[in-house]
Design a binder for this molecule. Structure first.
Ligand SMILES: NC(=O)c1ccc[n+]([C@@H]2O[C@H](COP(=O)([O-])OP(=O)(O)OC[C@H]3O[C@@H](n4cnc5c(N)ncnc54)[C@H](OP(=O)(O)O)[C@@H]3O)[C@@H](O)[C@H]2O)c1
Length: 346
């Protein structure tokens, strides 16, 4: 077995400073987004907003930000953009308010809970000439590009199939993920990741989907999500669930080999990931150095909005494409039949 090491570093070359407001004193803001901002010299947290004044005060003290207030206070303050990490069902309302105030938006995934709502968000962004990104930070980890490069370099042939799994133990009953009225459910929370990853790996959109969501009778939310996506000449399968042993991986099956990523979606910034490549009888493990995928996402967003460097995908188009697939997944489950993406617009 051969073990290779890929080294990656984040370069900073910015003179401008982006002033960011935080909407919602969430766990992901505290554990991922704010540490990432603190590692970037061209961005600062200028105000923190919470539903509760005491929480905003405590949170801003903990992160060393002097100004705090309500969500409205954040939106009316002198900043460039907001980071919204509210329950998925509240993303639309606060994205629209922020965009109407002329602010760019970094909105946590899933951007929202319906395709209609995603269109409202993007239309508002466009009419107010602001930008919005759905914070799928995983896609900025260089390991996915490396997977694609390895398929070429090792001549693995055509890609036929993608299988992605993302699941974990059931959260506590009061967690936002289990609240129907807040847009909870495993599709919005986790299955959206392997679905998005299959789009990135194939570099195309699916033709249609067939899905099976297991709805918890008491909670009224999906706690298990199985999605079969038909692409032109290839297929993907995305599987997620609460109440699972932790899994966050994907495997790609090619004509002349297989390639597997052991940690694909939730990747802590100090975590070394592995790509496993199998061709004939040889097995290679390619180690990827730890990288902060959240910091890379933020850097990409700021480079795009400040015209320093264009991202290789359009944020708003991508948000809409992803939301359209999730809509098709919900519809397929409801009707228990295959749903063509082109029928979603009708
Ligand atoms: N990209 C990633 O890696 C990643 C990782 C985890 C989560 N996420 C996403 O980030 C978002 C937040 O997830 P989280 O795990 O950080 O959640 P969380 O800790 O529960 O935070 C959600 C925040 O939303 C605010 N909120 C507003 N209305 C609420 C209500 N009715 N009930 C509860 N909270 C309410 C609260 O802030 P205030 O009390 O301050 O108002 C709360 O702190 C979700 O969209 C999730 O999918 C992304």
């Amino acid at each position: 077995m051969e073990i290779l090491l890929l080294r990656i570093s984040i370069q900073h070359s910015h003179k401008m400073t982006f002033k960011i407001g935080i909407i919602g004193c969430s766990r992901v803001a505290k554990n991922k987004f704010i540490p990432a901002i603190n590692s970037l010299e061209f961005a600062s947290i200028d105000i923190v907003g919470s539903r509760t004044d005491s929480k905003a005060k405590q949170f801003s003290k903990e992160i060393g930000c002097k100004t705090f207030g309500s969500y409205e206070d954040v939106i009316s303050s002198d900043i460039d953009c907001v980071y919204i990490s509210l329950p998925d069902g509240l993303h639309e309302k606060w994205t629209i308010k922020a965009a109407e105030a002329g602010l760019h938006v970094l909105c946590e995934k899933s951007s929202t809970t319906s395709y209609e709502s995603a269109k409202n968000m993007v239309n508002t962004s466009k009419s107010s000439k602001t930008r919005i990104i759905e914070c799928f930070s995983f896609r900025f980890h260089p390991q996915h590009k490396k997977v694609l490069d390895l398929i070429q370099e090792h001549n693995l042939g055509n890609i036929h199939n993608f299988i992605g799994n993302f699941g974990y133990p059931r959260p506590n009953d009061n967690n936002i993920r289990l609240q129907k009225k807040l847009g909870g459910g495993i599709l919005n929370d986790a299955c959206c990741y392997p679905i998005c990853a299959s789009r990135i790996i194939f570099n195309e959109e699916p033709v249609g989907v067939m899905s099976n969501l297991l709805i918890d009778a008491t909670l009224g939310i999906d706690i298990s999500s199985s999605v079969f996506l038909i692409y032109d000449k290839k297929n993907a399968y995305a599987e997620s669930g609460f109440d699972r042993n932790f899994k966050s991986n994907y495997e790609i099956w090619c004509s002349k080999g297989n390639i597997k990523l052991n940690r694909a979606f939730a990747v802590p910034k100090n975590f070394e990931t592995e790509i496993h490549l199998i061709k004939n009888d040889s097995k290679k493990i390619i180690m990827i150095e730890p990288v902060d995928q959240t910091a890379l996402m933020i850097k990409t967003f700021f480079e795009e909005i400040s015209n320093i460097k264009k991202c290789d995908f359009n944020f708003e188009d991508d948000l809409l494409k992803q939301a359209k697939i999730l809509e098709a997944v919900r519809l397929s489950n409801k009707k228990k039949k295959f749903v063509y993406l082109e029928d979603i617009e009708k």
